[in-house]
Design a protein. Structure first.
Length: 229
């Protein structure tokens, strides 16, 4: 049975073009590089504080609720995707810095929300993050790594607090936080992958594809920002 499964796997891989197979391996590596360290670092910070701040039953329910929060709002989705595209634009050793920083600092913001600690102008900060990150992508800003970390870290506080504040009463804080961190990391990964694909398209159409995506995100962010004022 094991040999049959191995044979079928190899046969399936042989049907994938070398270029696509390389892309699949690259995405798998990106997922491992992004999600594992992000969750490890964030949970070290998060677990003691959240365990004290909010207890509850239903680990599966908490994970589902946490996972669903970042993907339930356009503002969160756009901001996370732009962080990923921004990271792709930076490239090199800086590729993982914005996403891992975001997830780690978002954990701190999530702890504040779970503990019931308010952060001023949360919704405005979230909408403004979409505007700024979209503009950074549209303008292809080559920011130093420290600046990139500072920008995404600031916005991560707002997003994290909003996620944490929405925790249901009957779920545990740790599993809920794990859910929204995993969803956020996956959205970052999607943004990095989108940047890679748009970069391939840009080989034929220039940088207009990436810049257009950033511009559209900025426009959406402005509309979201107006709605919060």
């Amino acid at each position: 049975m094991l040999h049959s499964s191995y044979f079928l796997t190899c046969a399936g891989m042989s049907l994938i073009s070398p270029e696509r197979s390389t892309y699949v391996r690259m995405v798998t590596a990106m997922a491992s590089n992004l999600i594992k360290p992000s969750l490890a670092a964030a949970m070290v910070v998060l677990t003691p504080m959240v365990a004290l701040a909010h207890t509850g039953a239903g680990d599966t329910s908490g994970l589902v609720h946490g996972f669903g929060h970042p993907i339930s709002g356009l503002d969160h989705i756009l901001a996370m995707l732009m962080v990923g595209v921004f990271a792709w634009q930076l490239g090199g050793r800086a590729l993982w810095l914005p996403p891992t920083t975001f997830v780690g600092i978002m954990a701190v913001g999530g702890t504040l929300g779970i503990a019931g600690i308010e952060v001023p102008l949360v919704e405005t900060g979230i909408a403004f993050s979409v505007v700024v990150l979209g503009a950074i992508v549209a303008l292809d800003v080559k920011a130093p790594a420290t600046t990139a970390i500072g920008v995404v870290g600031l916005f991560a506080i707002f997003h994290g607090q909003a996620h944490g504040a929405e925790i249901p009463e009957d779920v545990g804080g740790v599993v809920y936080a794990a859910g929204f961190m995993i969803a956020t990391a996956l959205l970052h990964l999607a943004g990095i992958s989108a940047g890679f694909l748009m970069g391939k398209a840009s080989e034929h159409y220039g940088s207009v594809v990436v810049r257009l995506a950033g511009g559209l995100a900025t426009a959406a962010g402005v509309a979201l920002l107006v709605g919060t004022l």
